[in-house]
Ligand binder design. Structure first.
Ligand SMILES: Cc1ncc(COP(=O)(O)O)c(C=O)c1O
Length: 438
């Protein structure tokens, strides 16, 4: 029923809508003459760009605004995508900007790979740094979270008997690296059990507090766990850990872009994220934050010329690399900022509230994500009571075109629903209707 390869017509339709053009132009505002979103910044357009700029506040009907945002994404026909936590889509302007970078690179490979894009790369780094309220000297541009967690786990010269704390909900990207690079040397991995549905953050903080011993060297933890979408109190745990001389590394794959926070405020030493999830960048691009005081701990995962560079750039030096995608992250950050970080933050929580208001009191369902806003945001996990989650997942896709992730670990037997900014409340209604019927 769903042919994901045939996108041509859909793409044309997407590009023809008047509002869409207007919005895309608005997204291009400020980039006239630059490489970002080049297809839309013609001389004719540029006079109207500022007037066309669509701030959410200009819309009395906020849903209409989010419908326009939705129109910037090009999904396969009839697909209803509730699976952003697995992988995010890039909006059309970001796809175009990235393609333009690819075209330029292939037009003159040697020129663009070495030197020509130095400034654009630094601009991307700065954009990312601003998004997380840190210095660009604290951001390395890498490929994904897995790489960041490997780089962190491999950097330490730990000894047998030293301990690393890894909660039981950590993603394999945040555990395998420690197993291979540290456990294999006799370093002890301590795996405390987190409560699945804590009532408050203290319950989680307590778990980490009890796990720390005089031998603990590092806590490696998710900001948002991928299993049931629970937000972990990184700030409080970092404060506690630092008092005991313990470093904190964070897997931010599911938090970067989903809601607003400052990395300095979070207080962790290191934070690795994949921008291809909630920041909608091209695939295979990621971010590694290391706060200034903790950078000396980190060593490059791949060594090449420049590995002794004193700046954080030594951690991202692969020689020839995926520069169009990396610069596409710059375009993604611009797209993100056009909508506005605060708007995205509040929309994530608005969609959560809307979804929960429709399912919370229905006896057919059980929500398996902690409720309060400091414990969850745009990932909500829901069990259809009495049904096997794999069957439900298959029916949702076959009958409704809904893609979401079934979660079986920790006895969840539940669907992981991602609520992203390209979703309207109508989409949530559609989902809820399908869940009720299925
Ligand atoms: C919590 C978490 N960490 C790490 C990853 C791995 O991300 P990547 O494959 O982009 O490195 C994922 C992917 O889903 C994740 O959810």
């Amino acid at each position: 029923m769903f042919d994901f390869l045939i996108l041509g017509d859909h793409f044309n339709n997407v590009m023809e809508g008047k509002n869409r053009r207007k919005f895309i132009k608005s997204l291009s505002a400020g980039f006239a003459g630059s490489l970002l979103f080049p297809s839309f910044t013609t001389a004719n357009d540029s006079n109207h760009i500022e007037n066309d700029f669509l701030f959410a506040k200009e819309f009395e009907n906020k849903e209409a605004y989010w419908e326009l945002v939705k129109d910037q994404f090009r999904f396969a026909p009839e697909l209803r995508y509730f699976n952003n936590a697995s992988l995010g889509p890039s909006p059309i302007p970001v796809q175009h900007a990235t393609q333009q970078y690819r075209d330029l690179l292939d037009g003159f490979p040697s020129k663009y790979m070495w030197g020509e894009w130095k400034e654009a790369k630094e601009k991307t780094r700065k954009g990312v740094a601003e998004l997380f309220s840190v210095s660009e000297e604290e951001i390395a541009l890498i490929h994904n979270t897995t790489e960041g967690m490997n780089l962190i786990a491999r950097s330490f010269d730990l000894q047998a008997g030293d301990e690393i704390i890894l909660g039981d909900h950590e993603h394999p990207s945040g555990t395998v690296a420690w197993e291979v690079w540290q456990e294999a040397k006799g370093v002890k991995l301590v795996r405390p059990e987190l409560p699945l549905l804590p009532n408050n953050v203290d319950e989680i903080i307590d778990v980490y507090k009890k796990a720390i011993t005089p031998n603990t060297k590092i806590i490696s933890m998710c900001h948002v766990v991928n299993t049931n979408g629970m937000i972990l109190p990184v700030k409080e745990i970092s404060e506690m850990a630092h008092k005991k001389g313990v470093l904190v590394a964070v897997d931010g794959a599911q938090s970067a872009g989903m809601f607003q926070f400052s990395l300095h405020d979070l207080g962790c030493d290191f934070y690795a994220a994949s921008s291809h999830k909630w920041l909608f960048s091209p695939k295979g691009v990621g971010i590694l934050f290391a706060r200034k005081e903790s950078q000396h701990h980190l060593k490059p995962l791949i060594v090449a010329r420049g590995h002794k560079d004193e700046s954080i750039r030594r951690l991202e030096n692969y020689n020839t690399r995926n520069l169009p995608e990396l610069l596409g992250l710059g375009a993604a950050v611009e797209f993100y900022n056009r909508i506005g970080q605060e708007n995205i933050h509040s929309r994530s929580y608005e969609l959560k509230d809307y979804f929960l208001s429709k399912v919370r009191n229905n006896p057919k369902f059980k929500i398996k994500t902690p409720n309060s806003n400091d414990l969850s945001c745009a990932i909500q996990v829901i069990e259809i009571i009495g049904k096997d989650v794999r069957e439900v997942k298959a029916k949702l896709f076959d009958n409704y075109g809904i893609d979401c992730r079934p979660m079986s670990s920790f006895g969840l037997n539940a669907l992981r629903i991602s609520l992203a900014i390209y979703m309207s409340k109508r989409d949530v209604d559609f989902l809820v209707h399908a869940l009720e019927e299925v």
